[in-house]
Design a binder for this molecule. Structure first.
Ligand code: 13P
Length: 256
């Protein structure tokens, strides 16, 4: 089955609305009208409107980095799926390791967020990944399966089929230490096996699994050449239009 490659930029807490607009103006020009892969940028909440004004009607899509599990209510400082949709978002990242690590997000809250989002038009990108300590203790499989089992609990196969997964080994994020294509492929293939065993071969074939962790223009082609890598979730190298556009172009030559 062919899974369309998705190249997503997670800007984290970088760029003011002004800087966001400038960046996407350059990006839209570099990407052109008809990229071979799907392109997504996820600015901070405050940049969504400015970015939407520029990317609307272009192939560059808009996403957010987090969402709350209720659609409205007394939750000071939080943002709902409905609000993101009205800002033009098509995707939302859920369960990024930085949210798990610094904001105490648990598999349970991640599950609540997914349950809220799967029935809307927003496509969740569920992040999973092990720490260095867990990898060295030989617990990669256990950690990833635990995050998937708890994150996806109670969701139907139809609901799961609407989401995107991202494998982001924590030790490869922002460290310059990319997982080798073989290591990434091994984990992606094991996620696909788990999906086939727990749900169905059809779902497993269909779900896109992105890789994230020190992806840059220089390593994109070899990562994307792996059978079970269907795109990238890019942090640092997505902040600059030139380097993000190069990643898109490297992934495109591979997708052809
Ligand atoms: P870096 O590409 O900066 O390693 O970040 C990866 C990431 O966390 C994307 O969500």
């Amino acid at each position: 089955m062919s899974r369309r490659t998705l190249i997503a930029g997670n800007w984290k807490m970088y760029k003011t609305p002004f800087e966001s607009r400038e960046m996407v103006q350059e990006l839209v020009a570099l990407i052109g009208k008809d990229p071979e892969v799907e392109v997504l940028v996820c600015p901070p909440f405050t940049g969504l409107e400015a970015v939407e004004e520029v990317v609307s009607g272009t192939p560059v899509q808009l996403g957010a980095q987090n969402v709350h599990w209720e659609n409205q209510g007394a939750f000071t400082g939080e943002i709902s799926a409905g609000m993101l949709l009205e800002c033009g978002c098509r995707y939302v990242i859920i369960g990024h390791s930085e949210r798990r690590q610094y904001f105490e997000e648990s598999d349970e809250t991640i599950n609540r967020k997914l349950r809220q989002v799967v029935d809307t038009q927003l496509v969740p990108i569920l992040c999973v990944g092990e720490s260095l300590e867990q990898r060295e203790a030989g617990k990669v499989q256990e950690v990833i399966v635990g995050q998937l089992e708890q994150g996806l609990a109670g969701l139907s196969e139809a609901q799961i089929s609407s989401l995107v997964l991202a494998y982001e080994p924590v030790w490869a994020i922002g460290t310059g230490r990319t997982a080798t294509p073989e290591i990434a492929e091994q984990v992606h293939a094991s996620i696909r096996d788990w999906l086939a065993n727990h749900y169905s071969g059809e779902l497993s074939d269909r779900l896109r699994i992105l890789y994230g962790g020190s992806v840059k223009p220089e390593n994109t082609a070899e990562l994307m050449a792996q059978e079970n890598l269907d795109g990238a979730l890019v942090g640092g190298a997505s902040l600059e239009a030139q380097s993000f556009a190069r990643i898109v172009s490297e992934a495109s030559s591979n997708d052809a």
